[in-house]
Design a protein around this ligand. Sequence first.
Ligand SMILES: Cc1ncc(COP(=O)(O)O)c(C=O)c1O
Length: 478
Amino acid sequence: MDAIDVGIRFKREAPALAEPSDPLVLRDWFVDDLPAVGVGAEAVTAEIVERLLPLCKNEAHPQFCGFGDTGDDPAALAAGIIAMFTQQNLINQRFDAPVATFIEIAVLRWLREALGYVNPQREDIQTVWNVGGLITTGGTMSNTIAMMLARENQAPGTMQSGVEDPERFSIIVPAGVGHYSVRAACTWIGTGAHIIQVPTIGFRYDQDELRKALAEHEGRIMSVVAYAGDSRTQTIDRLADVAQIVREADPRIWLHADACWGLPMAFSERLRPRLAGIEQFDSVTVDPHKVLAIPYSLSALLVREPESLRTVSTFSDLIMQEDFAFGQVTPFVGTKSWGSLKLWAMMRSHGRAGLGQIAERRVALAGRFAELVDAHPRLVRLHDPDMAAVAFCYLPPGIEDGTGDVEAVNTFNKALHSALLADRRWFLHTFTLPDDLGRIAPGATVQALRLVSINPHLTEQHLTDLLAHLDALALDLC
Ligand SMILES: Cc1ncc(COP(=O)(O)O)c(C=O)c1O
């Protein structure tokens, strides 16, 4: 009971950013010897509260505006605690996870339906191979399994024979905005980093360039990856166009959509059209721990053809010899916790309408922030927001937008971000971004600041307060 109380107070009261500490000081405080005599559970819990929590960041704080991993949905938190106590193991069904397995199947079907995949009738679900999805530990794992599926699709039996002629396993990604996990996945699964980067316009594939790349590398492409929300600007690609272009060029290519950010749009009638075409992709990654306030960690990979998961299945006579054992279809994983209960509880507690409203509120708030950025004389917005992210630059004094003094802008924004971190009251993310819309200097790489409007406690007042805070910090830097 005390631990739950501590957890709730942490989420409500802990500051956005932890007390700043030198990593080497932290090392020397905490990397110590195991006590010869145990201190007992109560003392350990007190130590966690007193010594560790002040050194933790709190993403549930509304002034932590750089990401959206709040992990604070009440139903998900409650379910997560209960799931931990139950110690179910999704590797097997009958004795290890009798009901948990079917909760996992239910939630996977909800996700599939939201994305527009066709679900088999309930009575036709006879085995895990009729489900069409997997719960995984994160977007990186889901993308890795997607690349394995692409590999088996390109060269069936590679699971057994190993990779031959790696040149055949190239993948196409959008230049400058792709997430590193897809490239890493290809190196982990042995197909090598044969990555073809296609130029973008406005953070989406330049479709003529995509056609050209497909023609130039014909026969050697195992997958084309498109983003329903890239990692930096959360721009959604024109998924229906990408699917059509790829299918026309070569219908055997595995189409993978990374919808780590885009999933919530699927629940809103109004926003759903922005994902149009996603149901034509062979696989889709979603990341509820980023966008649905699910405590870490929880992602899912959904596949258009449920049976395609057979190509990466594992068999053993030790365990898993049963129809509904998820251990058979989940590469890299043996024992698996009941993480899906968190998502099941969250989705059930809000319902489809509530999930849609969550998405709409975030998009409206990002739109409002974009207006405030546009109205500010020294801020330049770097993209037209599709979802819950707004990336922008602060212009230093003496520099006007379009003047092309990228170095001065980048140096100033780096310094501004450092000042923000040192102050600790607000957190925005920073990264480099191709200036795809030429807002600072066409073709340049700019140092962007980014707000994410996912936190349910973030209000319009916070947005104006944040900009006032940035102005004060910027003034100090001049
Ligand atoms: C678009 C995209 N895909 C995949 C990932 C990886 O997700 P995870 O950190 O859950 O492994 C990220 C993480 O930021 C992402 O932005």
